[in-house]
Design a protein around this ligand. Structure first.
Ligand SMILES: Cc1ncc(COP(=O)(O)O)c(C=O)c1O
Length: 451
């Protein structure tokens, strides 16, 4: 084993409460560390490893592309791999999302979508449109423009002076509600807040509204009502505001359909941003899907004023095409629906017997549990208790890899995504629940004892 020369990547972060295991290999839904201990990957890392680890077809596609050529910049060359991936991904996304621009991850894809919208507004005679409305809480990435549209007051307190100020509207939470609201009335209240924001800012200055159709790590798999999605679509259409769905987490089959947007076929977004699951961790890749008419207008105006060294990277594209083949040919979206129903039932049963699981939400295999100190009051643990991170650390002891990322220091609730690879079998699901149950019981004993 390599001796620790220094702290590696962990040198950049505050001294962690837990020692991170050093990974040796991964196969299917399992990690193995250098001591030989196995961990069930219950979250697919940060909701990435949709097809599981060690996939032979993807490894072969990677090797074949690397052997043919590893790099050819898209300003000079077209590649078969890029064309193949474009064809597959736009066919899966469906009509209206006919063009694909590939980058190296979710944040780059969000930046690209915003710039494409902006250039389109300028070339179609609406140069006053530049503001992009986001939701609070919300997360769209860590680069500065993606962070500007992410509703995270803690990140804004730190980086705010370096970012354009963008308007934010509330996300339609379903668990904790203001007085006299049901989830349905609150969702409509939140949609009304979007329209009020557009009017207050001056509709002629609003470029786009960006939201996660089914939430990820910022809201703990928040599923909006049908009425909310329909209202948002209608408001955006009436005010000429482009609707961007950030499907970095919800896309690539995770909720049982290729896009979460497919659950609401009558309320289609104008653009979709993807990453994570489209290459399932085998390589970094993000994508912006956009309508042909929009892209063609920008192209005709002299071309999209944007690009990166690694955009439309052929090696990443070849890997993405193989991942999508796995997704379709092994019916992993169907498995996400079937296993998602089983997982939800098991999590609800677990919530019934646990004093710290306050809510279970999500769709397909994009599920999350909300951790609370008091179920009746729906009260979170004090922020200093770092409850989800303690749960994460205990999970490792019990051989289950959970992933936590807190928006705004937990100000909007503390969630743990339960998002295993879409390849998970029923037997593996029972094992996941067994390990999660043991971890939660351990956590409960510990946190009730020492607060
Ligand atoms: C919804 C959403 N959008 C964008 C991003 C940013 O993606 P990346 O970390 O690949 O830049 C993330 C990352 O977690 C995300 O969850």
């Amino acid at each position: 084993m390599l001796a620790a020369m220094n702290d590696g990547i962990h040198a950049f972060f505050a001294s962690p409460a837990t020692k991170r295991p050093r990974v040796r290999r991964a196969e299917g839904i399992w990690f193995e560390d250098t001591e030989g201990k196995r961990y069930l990957d219950a979250s697919s890392g940060p909701v990435v490893s949709n097809i599981g680890h060690g996939n032979a077809r993807v490894q072969a596609a990677m090797a074949a592309q690397a052997a043919a050529f590893e790099f050819a910049h898209p300003m000079l060359w077209e590649s078969e791999a890029n064309l193949r991936l474009t064809e597959k991904i736009t066919a899966l996304a469906g009509p209206g999302l006919d063009r694909a621009f590939f980058v190296s991850g979710g944040s780059e894809a969000v930046e690209t979508a915003l710039k494409l919208c902006r250039q389109h507004a300028v070339v179609t005679g609406e140069p006053r449109r530049w503001k992009v409305i986001g939701r609070e809480p919300g997360y769209h990435g860590n680069t500065l423009a993606a962070l500007a549209v992410s509703g995270d007051p803690v990140a804004h307190a730190l980086y705010g002076p370096m970012m354009p100020k963008m308007p934010l509207v509330p996300a339609p939470f379903t668990y904790r509600l203001p007085p006299n609201h049901t989830p349905e009335t609150y969702a409509i209240h939140c949609a009304d807040a979007l329209e009020a924001c557009i009017l207050a800012e001056d509709p002629a200055t609003i470029l786009a509204f960006i939201m996660e159709p089914i939430g990820g790590l910022a809201t703990g798999a928040l599923v909006p009502s049908d009425a909310y999605i329909a209202a948002v679509r209608d408001i955006c259409t009436r005010h000429g505001v482009l609707l961007i769905f950030d499907e970095v987490i919800s896309g690539a089959g995770r909720t049982g359909t290729f896009l979460a947007a497919h659950h609401w076929p009558a309320s289609r977004p104008d653009l979709v941003v993807l990453a994570k699951g489209i290459t399932a961790g085998y390589t970094p890749l993000g994508a912006v899907l956009a309508p042909a008419a929009m892209v063609d207008r920008v192209a005709a105006s002299g071309g999209f004023a944007h690009g990166f060294t690694y955009f439309a990277n052929p090696l990443s594209a070849a890997i993405g095409a193989a991942v999508l083949d796995e997704l379709v040919e092994r019916d992993l979206m169907g498995n996400a629906t079937r296993m998602g129903a089983l997982l939800r039932a098991e999590l609800e049963a677990l919530a019934g017997r646990s004093s710290v699981v306050g809510d279970v939400r999500g769709r397909g295999l994009l599920l999350a549990i909300e951790i609370v100190a008091d179920k009746a009051a729906k009260a979170s643990f004090p922020a200093v208790a770092m409850a989800p991170y303690r749960l994460q650390a205990l999970g490792l002891e019990h051989g289950i890899a959970l992933y936590c990322r807190r928006t705004a220091g937990g100000a909007f609730g503390e969630f743990v995504p339960i998002t295993p690879p879409l390849t998970i079998t029923e037997a593996e699901m029972h094992e996941l629940i067994r390990r999660l149950d043991a971890t939660l019981q351990h956590f409960e004993r510990e946190i009730r004892h020492d607060g």
